[in-house]
Design a protein around this ligand. Structure first.
Ligand SMILES: *Cc1c(COP(=O)(O)O)cnc(C)c1O
Length: 381
């Protein structure tokens, strides 16, 4: 029996070499040589401009929330079907999270519901790109424009995906990326804030550097720096930036390997989708995806449970997606009840995410497919 984990980080050739180089350079803090190289790579490869490398996707969201100027009295509309970090960033500034429903086709935020939730207090829309599938950015930005709102996209899962020819991360006023161990490109813990508003760049520098104008000293515009803003230490060590650069240099290979796994899953699940047993993302109408994740929404919660247990018995580890935030203990503190977002509650109870990592295609994919096929036959055959 082969054990198939849910995720396994991919190793690339020069991680140790670059980390060593960073160590030997004596410049281990943020925004040094490897950070510059990572920024150059992102610019050349995906036209991502003004990328601030930060310690995690979580800190990118927090830095973005402060940069957007959120505070008490403000409301931010985000999906309930997301990770806690998306909401925490809002809550930390004193603003209020307002949860919207999921779009059952993509499991991204439902733009119609987002629009319906806009009030005079709304300041920002905060969608995510679940499983690497871009949210409906054009619609969401149009709603924002009409109502004079900001848009921050939590693109933690969508680095390398494209939305109508535009790289995920380049859309919205702000976008956040994650390079956590569980993401396609990883340096263990890491992230980035993409600032798509040139007029916010100076403040972004201050925020990243503990609220000081140290950046002006580095640019030679001042001789001493001062405390000028609220801020924190939103910097990625150059040792990790070195690891990240090596990963990015292999991103085409990583994408190719992951895409192979997605293709095999599509092939298997297509049969059961045709029979009306399960649903997967609308892959036929989607292109340029990063194959971050593959989810399957079962017809009933009971069948989802049977599937998960059956796989676990054969040591194939699939997991549920998100526990909705609105029906979590923190959601209750904001006055939410489970029945407030019935669609999200229902979809979450029936959805699983399959194991997906670059090496799976060479290490056990056939076994995983056999186990899944047998379980699906047992349930639906
Ligand atoms: C992974 C993830 C995060 C958090 O990123 P970290 O780098 O782990 O802090 C935030 N939002 C979403 C949607 C994620 O998938």
């Amino acid at each position: 029996m082969t054990m198939i984990p849910f995720n396994k980080p991919f190793h690339t050739d020069n991680e140790a070499t670059y980390a060593q180089e960073a160590l030997q350079s004596g410049r281990l803090s943020g925004n040094n040589q490897f950070a510059r190289k990572v920024q150059d790579h992102l610019r050349r490869k995906h036209h991502l401009e003004n990328v601030f490398l930060v310690p995690s996707g979580t800190s990118a969201l927090e830095m973005g929330a402060w940069l957007a100027g959120l505070g008490p009295g403000d409301e931010v509309i985000l999906p309930s079907y997301t990770f806690s970090s998306t909401a925490n960033a809002v809550v930390m500034t004193g603003a209020r999270p307002v949860f919207c429903e999921v779009d059952p086709l993509t499991l991204n935020a439902d733009p119609d519901h987002m629009e319906a939730l806009v009030t005079p207090h709304t300041r920002m829309l905060l969608p995510i790109d679940y499983a690497g599938i871009p949210c409906e950015t054009d619609r969401i930005c149009a709603i924002a424009k009409k109502n004079d709102l900001l848009v921050m996209v939590d693109a933690a899962q969508s680095y390398g995906s494209y939305d109508h020819g535009r790289a995920c991360g380049s859309l919205g006023d702000l976008a956040t990326l994650s390079f956590h161990e569980t993401k396609n490109i990883s340096c263990g813990e890491g992230g980035a804030l993409v600032v798509n508003r040139p007029d916010w760049l100076e403040r972004a520098n201050f925020l990243q550097e503990k609220g000081t104008d140290r950046s002006l000293v580095l640019y030679g515009q001042k001789t001493k720096y001062h405390w000028v803003e609220i801020g924190s230490s939103y910097l990625l060590s150059d040792i990790l930036a070195g690891v990240l650069l090596s990963q990015l240099e292999s991103e085409d290979l990583i994408l190719e390997l992951r895409t192979r796994v997605t293709a095999a899953y599509r092939n298997l699940y297509h049969v059961y989708e045709q029979k009306g047993c399960v649903k997967t993302a609308p892959y036929d109408s989607l292109t340029d995806l990063n194959s971050h994740a593959f989810w399957v929404c079962f017809d009933t919660e009971a069948n989802k449970e049977r599937f998960l247990l059956g796989l676990k018995a054969k040591e194939v580890f699939a997991y549920i997606g998100y526990m909705p935030l609105h029906s979590s203990p923190m959601g209750a503190r904001f006055g939410y009840r489970a029945e407030d977002l019935p669609l999200t509650q229902d979809i979450a109870s029936r959805t699983v995410r399959l194991p997906l990592y670059a090496d799976l295609g060479r290490e056990g994919l056939d076994y995983a497919l056999d186990v899944m096929r047998a379980e699906l036959e047992r349930i639906y055959g």
